[in-house]
Design a protein around this ligand. Structure first.
Ligand SMILES: Cc1cc2nc3c(=O)[nH]c(=O)nc-3n(C[C@H](O)[C@H](O)[C@H](O)COP(=O)(O)OP(=O)(O)OC[C@H]3O[C@@H](n4cnc5c(N)ncnc54)[C@H](O)[C@@H]3O)c2cc1C
Length: 457
């Protein structure tokens, strides 16, 4: 059925896109929300899914289910790949590579950012990032798989390298991951193995800055550093990871000292972000300026200069140093919806004003940082604040209740209830499980070695 109502297309169902769609529910417009994953992912808890505390169902929700009560909102699966700004048409690719198009009167680009490897894309096959559910499950497989493989090996360098975990990037995600791996090794896994001592697992955290968690106040950063060190995380600051191999990393100090090689069969990458290809295409087609990472410069109402019908929201916004945090994306989504509603009512748009509600980072059990204006909390108080905020913003009441339940179990019993990992599919009885691509590329048939992991999440 075609209507003459204003057609809104929202690309991306993350924090920005979801909040925009919700606000347009019941407005006199037709909304189509297209997302390449068809679900909303609560990225701040991805690391808990990767380290076995939470399931993917607890930190994500089907967009179709989430928006079902808004009859004017349609959700579609697909990856936006092209934009015709003159015809006002977006081309979208289905998972089977076929395409379809969506016409719009107003377009909201809410595609977030992806992990950046700074020109070293080949690192991605050995060092997954942490942006999607696929990433979280891939990391879970590597982490728990590494302990399992170590258990089967005799003592020696090979076993040690399976028990060494390298994390590139000392921002909140890297810190959370590093802390969780040590906590997992010293609590949940501590008494389950017969051959190895999981507590001996080394976790190396590398960062180019002089301190971890650069966006937090120095006193909080110092506390976090001490907590991580007490947990047993080895901090290496002022260094860049300059090579990643299946069996380790090379790390180069910024002061020009010689590089060091570390043997580590598990390498995780959280060192930076960049725009997804569709965002780059939007900037190219509209002529919008963008920064090196691909963030798009927008006008004060978050629309693209010369294209008031295209809004950019969330992490992709390149204006006023707006932070890449969920709150900015949610407020941006609400703002774009408000502009659209005001336009329908014949009212002028208002400029976007970001209200900084602070930031938080989990360090370890009973220990988190919370920074909001003059309020600076660390330790137990920070942890309680962190927990309340994350529960409040999780999508869906069932997810909130079950996540709270999982946390209580983890606190009380040190167990992690979602440790199960899958081996990856086989295409025929002769083909190895895809997990071999992560661990042993040399065991793959020759023709498959070069492409190993390129298709993997
Ligand atoms: C591990 C991790 C931990 C974090 N912790 C915190 C935290 O503690 N506090 C905090 O405030 N923020 C945190 N953040 C940041 C926060 O999650 C982001 O700022 C927020 O998700 C940005 O929202 P967004 O809507 O811009 O993009 P996203 O939430 O990234 O959503 C983008 C959506 O677009 C979809 N998409 C991408 N490309 C296409 C395409 N071409 N076609 C169709 N769909 C597409 C994706 O599937 C995704 O659903 C964290 C992020 C990560 C990765």
């Amino acid at each position: 059925m075609t209507t003459s109502r204003t057609k809104i297309v929202i690309v991306g169902g993350g924090f920005g896109g979801l909040f925009c769609a919700r606000r347009l529910g019941k407005a006199d417009v037709d909304v189509t929300l297209v997302d390449r994953a068809a679900c909303h992912v609560f990225q701040p808890l991805l690391y808990q899914c990767a380290t076995g505390t939470l399931s993917i169902g607890q930190i994500s929700r089907s967009l179709r289910e989430e928006l079902a009560r808004h009859r004017n909102v349609t959700t579609l699966l697909g990856e936006a790949i092209d934009l015709d700004a003159d015809a006002r048409r977006v081309t979208v690719r289905r998972p089977d590579e076929s395409t379809y198009t969506l016409d719009y009167d107003v377009l909201v680009v809410a595609v977030g950012m992806r992990q950046a490897y700074f020109g070293n894309e080949k690192f991605a096959q050995w060092a997954p990032g942490m942006k999607t559910l696929d990433d979280a499950l891939s990391i879970r497989r590597r982490l728990f798989g590494a302990f399992e493989i170590a258990e089967t090996l005799p003592p020696g360098p090979e076993r040690d390298s399976w028990l060494t975990f390298a994390v590139a990037g000392g921002g909140p995600t890297g810190v959370e991951l590093a802390g969780q791996i040590r906590e997992m090794a010293t609590r949940a896994l501590a008494h389950e193995f017969h051959s190895i001592e999981p507590e001996e697992a080394r976790v190396l955290l590398f960062d180019g800055g002089n301190s971890i968690l650069g966006s937090f106040a120095p006193d909080l950063t110092e506390k976090a550093t001490r907590t991580l060190q007490q947990l047993g995380v080895e901090l290496h600051l002022g260094v860049h990871v300059t090579d990643v191999r299946p069996d380790g990393v090379t790390v180069t100090p910024k002061d020009g000292s010689p590089s060091t090689d570390y043997s580590a069969r598990t390498v995780l990458w959280t060192a930076g972000v960049e725009a997804v290809p569709f965002a780059r295409r939007v900037a190219e087609v509209t002529g919008a300026p963008s920064d090196r990472a691909g963030r798009i410069a927008v006008d004060s109402d978050l629309s693209i200069p010369g294209h008031p019908e295209i809004f950019v929201i969330g992490d992709l916004v390149g204006r006023d140093h707006l932070p890449g945090v969920a709150e900015n994306a949610m407020q941006g989504g609400i703002h774009a919806a408000s502009c659209i509603r005001r336009g329908l009512a014949g009212k002028p748009r208002r400029p976007f004003r970001y209200r900084d509600l602070g930031s938080a980072a989990y360090i370890s059990r009973g220990n988190a940082l919370l920074q909001a204006g003059p309020i600076r909390l660390a330790g137990l108080l920070g942890w309680l604040g962190w927990g309340l905020i994350h529960i409040a913003f999780l999508t869906g009441i069932e997810n909130r209740i079950s996540t709270l339940g999982s946390w209580l179990v983890t606190i009380a019993r040190a167990s992690r209830t979602d440790r199960t990992f899958i081996l990856g599919g086989t295409t025929s009885p002769e083909h190895p499980y895809t997990w071999l691509k992560f661990f042993h590329p040399n065991m793959l048939p020759v023709g498959e070695r070069e492409t190993a992991d390129r298709s993997a999440p």
